[in-house]
Design a protein around this ligand. Sequence first.
Ligand SMILES: N[C@@H](CCC(=O)N[C@@H](CS)C(=O)NCC(=O)O)C(=O)O
Length: 214
Amino acid sequence: MPDLALFYFPAACSHVTVCALEEAGLDYDLKLVNLAKMEQTGADYLKVNPLGKVPALLIDGDLLTENVAIIAYIDALKPAAKLLPSDGSPRGRAEAIRGLSFCSATLHPQVRGILNPHRLTEGEPEPVRAMSIKLASKSFAYAEARIAEHGWWLGEWSIIDAYLQWALSVAVKGGFDTTPFPHLADHLQRLNQRPSIQRANEIARQARVTLGLE
Ligand SMILES: N[C@@H](CCC(=O)N[C@@H](CS)C(=O)NCC(=O)O)C(=O)O
């Protein structure tokens, strides 16, 4: 197995990466990057990841960025963990990548627009926030219908379920109203029963303590 080091902040989408590593049962070093203190913009971190973002995974010292790619890599290292279960057909694999991309490329910018609208505009943040709520409402309505029908995003548990709930948690921190989404509330309860998710949540709690965030 390669040497893995994950650069991570507990409230960031790197939480989903930790869920993936825990579910896969891989050994890895966790390196905290304090986004609350803008450490990602410091020279030390930019040497690791010139993009100044987390997650970043060092694989035997070689950088991999983008959560979708990192999760697909972890899945390929440990296929038995079924992070992205599929029937092995081209369509099945595409369906799993589709779910990851929905979380990363569609939901992520929308929920950031709800929680951190000031980072997306040099003008008034409130119109950005209002539009982000509108867009996220449509996306979460789609997710709600899918979870109502299939129980889990793919019909069985996958890392997409953790990604979806991470995105919803960001929206909730920004004041997003989740009352129209009862199936997503139930989905969160079921997700939190999974031992890997409980370990990832504990890792996040310890990281917040270490960083002085709680
Ligand atoms: N497309 C990237 C986005 C990564 C990203 O935006 N990470 C955020 C945290 S969720 C970050 O590091 N933000 C710090 C910054 O933009 O300064 C991915 O999916 O990995």
